[in-house]
Design a protein around this ligand. Structure first.
Ligand code: DC
Length: 219
């Protein structure tokens, strides 16, 4: 069974998806972490995402491995743990351009379907309910207002030792939303049959309970 949880950056979907997976004993898959790891690899190898030949070679070379430890996604890139590096400002600033490339999307979607077809999963991303698993049994689309999203992003960055103002973060989020929603391939979009949840004024516990209750009531 697949529970698809899509929505814009910092809408609260990661924390929610992880906890829903835990409550239901499903595997949790953070697809944003996969696009971030490819972005990190491209930055480290100085690859311009529009250079198709280099991008193709890069995708053939990289080996991604995902797991969950202490409730956090652990991701390794060619056997190197990059779980923290993929959250840096530099990766965040470049991930929209890299994830807009069809070559990258095709490779990631193949991996995501392989993982999702093997086990019950809560899969979090932008296009899970629309493209990756359009027949998912459950689809949720998580949204929140800019103030709430920027505040959450600020707390995440503080944990990494990075300080940013709320205004800067709101601007970054607007730019990323615009890029993620307007790209040609698999843009961020709510599936017609997804249930929308606005988390601006909800606690994490409330968000998780809302989804778990919906799932349990339809099982
Ligand atoms: O959820 P996140 O902020 O970690 O995602 C990082 C970027 O990856 C986001 O800006 C868009 C991209 N992404 C995507 O294109 N498709 C997905 N399924 C997940 C993330």
């Amino acid at each position: 069974m697949i529970i698809a949880i899509d929505g814009p950056a910092a809408s609260g979907k990661s924390t929610t998806a992880r906890l829903v997976a835990e409550r239901l004993s499903f595997t949790y898959l953070d697809t944003g972490a996969m696009y971030r790891a490819v972005t990190l690899a491209a930055i480290e190898q100085n690859i311009d995402p529009s250079d198709q030949k280099s991008l193709k070679d890069l995708l053939e070379d990289i080996d991604l491995d995902l797991s969950t430890r202490n409730r956090e996604t652990q991701i390794s890139l060619n056997d190197r743990d990059v779980s923290e590096l993929i959250r840096s400002i530099e990766v965040t600033a470049n991930v929209s351009a890299v994830s807009a490339e069809p070559l990258v999307r095709e490779a990631m979607v193949v991996m995501q379907r392989m993982i999702g077809n093997r086990q019950d999963c809560v899969i979090e991303g932008r296009d899970i309910g629309t493209v990756v698993f359009p027949a998912a049994e459950f689809k949720f689309f998580i949204v929140a207002d800019y103030a709430a999203r920027a505040h959450r992003r600020q707390l995440d960055l503080e944990r990494l030792g990075e300080q940013r103002s709320l205004n800067d973060l709101i601007n970054d989020l607007k730019i990323r939303d615009q890029k993620d929603s307007s790209r040609t391939h698999s843009p961020l979009r709510k599936a017609a049959d997804a249930i929308e949840i606005d988390t601006s004024n909800l606690t994490i516990e409330q968000q998780v309970t809302l989804i778990v209750d919906q799932v349990k009531s339809r099982l």
